[in-house]
Design a binder for this molecule. Structure first.
Ligand code: NAD
Ligand code: DAU
Length: 354
């Protein structure tokens, strides 16, 4: 059997593919456009694994995606592909609309054609389309507000969140109207290995080691609910195997923490594991900078449903997960350097003359 993931060369997709091959005997096909956020080097060591196949492709390209479905006959499609960075969505929302809205509608339509082409019986019954989405669709919580539940109102605030909300609605509509067996997950902030260093945690680690400023937006008192990426991957496997068709599942770490506390925690771990040559604490590099427009103040997930229905729990606390994350970046400074210098794009030139 085969599963088809889109966006598998990005941060969460890379972790998911690697863990899938460890936990399952099934094949995984990775369909990815390789935007700036896609790093095919992450999975280069898997090329000799017969259970892994990479296909470069855009989710907006209906024919190309339909062709891969017809050829690979997957039992499931998991959509990780997206434009994912809130700051970029503020500076240039168009790519977000294209990939996160138009692209998802094409994926759904191609998946519907494929699913309808399956003969009646076990393969058709077992097929799933899983949309990997975000807690940002629910908007921002006030300090005392109850946590986001699956029935919380959609109130997206950034262009990124609005396009993810739109794609969630498309997924729901393809399920209700056409009967496509869909599942949706809404997860909080992930961190861990292979995260592109535009996002807070790898950006701070990289900047600290390079002796640069550590930019904290506004007062730094915004709250995120951090989840180690492997815990997200385990939750996705659980939803794929046992989730109820048509349902959504919130996934979170029960790790509400302010941004300034996250940055200070990274500095403390680095002070211990890789002290600055200057002998000064890394926290001296923290600078408060202009806030993100429309910055959501607080996200926090109520994960009761996935815990009780699917018996999923995060294995990592923020402190164990953050330590592992800092250790990974310290052990993989070459990875960080290649991303920051742009050298990771050489893979494309070697494989696609692009
Ligand atoms: P990422 O930006 O690291 O990776 C996105 C991947 O999608 C890249 O490999 C990129 O090349 C690919 N891609 C982009 N546009 C494409 C297109 N048109 N066709 C095919 N591939 C395309 O993102 P991530 O952080 O790994 O997030 C993965 C998914 O999880 C996204 O849908 C995101 O909204 C969601 N999510 C992320 C987080 C988080 O904290 N990172 C939390 C909750 C949900
Ligand atoms: O909540 C899930 C979402 O988490 C995902 O859907 C998104 O794809 C993912 O990018 C992430 O969004 P955030 O905007 O929360 O992540 P980011 O790492 O960009 O920022 C985390 C917090 O840190 C946020 O409050 C903004 C702040 N920040 C970020 C950067 C890059 C800073 O203070 N300074 C920075 O330099």
């Amino acid at each position: 059997m085969t599963i088809l993931v889109t966006g598998g060369a990005g941060f969460i997709g890379t972790n998911f593919v690697r863990e899938w091959l460890r936990h399952s005997t099934e094949r995984v096909v990775n369909y990815d456009k390789l935007t700036y956020a896609g790093n095919a080097e992450n999975l280069d060591d898997l090329v000799s694994d017969e259970r892994y196949r990479f296909v470069r492709g855009d989710i907006c390209d209906f024919d190309a995606f339909a062709g891969v479905l017809a050829q690979e006959k997957p039992r499931a499609v998991l959509n990780f592909a997206a434009e994912s960075h809130v700051d970029r969505s503020i500076h240039g929302p168009e790519d977000f609309v294209q990939t996160n809205v138009v692209g998802v509608s094409r994926l759904l339509q191609a998946s519907l054609h494929y699913w309808r082409s399956l003969p009646d019986g076990a393969d058709r019954d077992a097929f799933r389309f899983l949309q990997v989405s975000t807690d940002e669709v629910y908007g921002s919580l006030t300090p005392d507000a109850p946590l986001f539940r699956e029935d919380s109102r959609y109130e997206p605030n950034s262009p990124y969140a609005a396009t993810k909300a739109a794609s969630d609605h498309l997924v729901r509509a393809w399920g209700v109207t056409f009967g496509l067996p869909v599942l949706t997950t809404n997860c909080s902030n992930n961190y861990g290995p292979y995260q592109f260093p535009e996002k807070l945690i790898p950006l701070v680690i990289g900047n600290a080691l390079a002796g640069r400023d550590l930019p904290v937006y506004g007062d730094g008192m915004q709250v995120r609910d951090w989840l180690f990426v492997s815990d997200h991957c385990a939750a996705l496997r659980a939803v794929l195997e046992s989730g109820r068709v048509g349902d959504t599942y919130n996934i979170g770490g029960l790790n509400e923490i302010t941004n300034i506390a996250v940055v200070n925690a990274i500095c403390t771990i680095l002070d211990e594991l890789s002290p600055a040559a200057s002998g000064k604490p890394y926290a001296n590099q923290i600078r408060h900078v202009t806030d993100r427009p429309g910055h959501d103040r607080r996200y926090a997930i109520d994960a009761t449903k996935i815990r009780t229905a699917l018996n999923w729990r995060p294995a990592e606390t923020f402190s164990t997960g953050l330590r592992k994350t800092v250790q990974w970046y310290l052990a993989n400074t070459a990875w960080l350097d290649r991303v920051r210098s742009g050298a990771y794009r050489d893979w494309l030139a070697r494989h696609y003359d692009a």
